[in-house]
Design a protein around this ligand. Structure first.
Ligand code: GLN
Length: 482
């Protein structure tokens, strides 16, 4: 288990030197899963045979700093021959006939895939409690949620049941669970990582990214997964320099904006204190802090939940019980087949969102809700554009509080939606966002600071995060490495 205290890059270096083998690390991951996952429930499925055969057949893989390092993959990312359930009864038996582009890239880089990590059903949620396969628990306190929807990915890394993982982020699903679990998560610029093979939730917002022990690991994973892909029409055709090689840790002369709206009422005092201390650390490292205003903050939740549910209602219409997915039996007509398969196959939260999305798209309401939300989205993009003329990055909390108790959000969807306030604007504008552990609350639960930048500043943003982690120890302490 000691092996798993190391970061992905440290393990990759030890494997490259021949001090340990990829099979040693992969074995250790499965032993940790065996020991801990009864409590944490981070995994939906394991791919032990595939992972071990990948670990012992590394010769063909491209040389890179993560060669041989095992990784876990969120269960909404297609893996050929390995079940991809989206944590839904609807896809409980779905075995994709193809790999997502990111999975192809992990394989080409020689990273064994240990299994598929748990999540909110179809990535809709902020707590990982809506999974058909049971709620994920926060390894720092098993009575609390790990965040969501990539809760299994963050919990697996935090519990030492995975060295690193891929998650997806539509409105915060990488950054928020990373923050609740005390690990590092990065949502890239929209279009930087291919969505081919990512089961769609809200296509104009979805983006795949890494969750790991630190920023350097996230950068190294970005080097593996980023890049143009002709199979994703929204993939950007830009050159990607090495993210890992861009890490210099120099923040001198950078201007970091501090939006006052993100430190007001409704934000936990411990969260404010820790994130402001993180900002002060940047100041002491040579950055300039600049108070800024984000006037759109009160509109981001309705805007996001209208656009996300509208896209979801359209994307999820493909699950009709005909071509694949759950099919209800004892059916008399085609209409019944659709209605029963969808009623029985989807959970309550997913059904609620499909209904809301169908409503905002329906004739008579389209202009009042959906079109208006698109207009507000444009204004959010424009306002961010103005702010980024004056700042290299912004810093604010990932979430207004630390991880709530299990069950608390299930009875109160509205407060769960409101807790997404600081993460969803980043997706609406297609920006990169980094979640960095920066402290703990009075109960010892991790707090995350969020750094965001203009589109395409992913490398610079990761470098800012790297500088903080070089100067401080909290990410190591939370991973039991200090
Ligand atoms: N909590 C947000 C939602 O439920 C974000 C989820 C995500 O990023 N997949 O829509």
């Amino acid at each position: 288990m000691e092996l798993l205290k190391h970061t992905a890059l440290e393990l990759g270096a030890m494997i490259a030197k021949g001090e340990i083998s990829s099979a040693d690390v992969t074995d250790a991951v499965f032993a940790a899963i065996e020991a801990k996952d009864k409590d944490v429930n981070a995994y939906i499925g394991l791919s032990e045979e595939l992972a071990m055969s990948q670990a012992s057949a590394l010769d063909a893989a491209a040389d890179g700093p993560l060669k041989g390092v095992p990784i876990a993959v969120k269960d909404n990312i297609c893996t050929k021959g390995v079940k991809t359930t989206c944590a839904s009864k609807m896809l409980a038996d779905f075995v994709p006939p193809f790999d997502a582009t990111v999975v192809e890239k992990l394989k080409a880089a020689g990273m064994p895939i240990v299994g598929k990590v748990n999540m909110d059903e179809f990535a809709m949620g902020s707590t990982s409690e809506t999974s058909y396969f049971g709620a994920v628990k926060n390894p720092h306190d098993l009575t609390r949620v790990p965040g969501g929807s990539s809760g299994g990915a963050a919990a697996a890394v935090a519990a030492g049941e995975a060295v690193c993982a891929l998650g997806s982020d539509t409105g915060g699903s990488i950054r928020q669970p990373a923050s609740y679990c005390g690990v590092t998560g990065f949502k890239p610029t929209y279009g930087y990582v291919s969505r081919y093979g990512l089961v769609a939730y809200a296509s104009s917002l979805d983006q795949i990214g890494p969750i790991a022990k630190d920023v350097a690991d996230c950068a190294a994973i970005m080097d593996v997964i980023a890049g143009h892909d002709g199979r994703d029409s929204t993939s950007l055709n830009v050159g990607h320099k090495s993210y890992l090689a861009s890490l210099k840790g120099d923040v001198k002369g950078k201007t970091i904006g501090v939006p006052e709206e993100c430190f007001g009422d409704g934000v936990d005092e411990d969260v404010k204190r820790a994130v402001l201390e993180c900002a002060k650390t940047y100041e002491s490292l040579g950055a300039r802090l600049l108070p800024v205003k984000l006037d759109f903050m009160q509109s981001v939740i309705p805007t996001y939940y209208i656009i996300a549910t509208a896209e979801a209602s359209s994307n999820l219409s493909r699950y009709d019980g005909v071509k694949y997915g759950f099919r209800a039996d004892k059916i008399n007509s085609v209409d019944d087949l659709y209605a029963e398969s969808r009623s029985q196959g989807f959970g309550a939260e997913v059904k609620m969102r499909i209904l809301l999305g169908a409503f905002v798209l329906s004739s008579g309401y389209y202009d009042a809700y959906y079109k208006k939300a698109l207009n507000v989205r444009d204004r959010i993009i424009a306002e961010f554009g103005e702010v980024f003329k004056r700042c290299d990055a912004l810093i604010f909390p990932v979430a207004p509080s630390t991880a709530p108790k299990l069950g608390a959000s299930l009875s109160d969807s509205m407060s769960m939606y409101l807790s997404d306030i600081f993460t969803v604007p980043v997706n609406l504008a297609g920006l990169p966002g980094l979640s960095l552990p920066c402290g703990v609350d009075r109960g010892g639960m991790p707090i995350g600071a969020q750094l965001i930048g203009a589109r395409g500043t992913d490398a610079a943003l990761l470098d800012l995060g790297f500088a903080y982690q070089q100067a401080t120890n909290i990410h190591r302490a939370l991973a039991g490495r200090a």
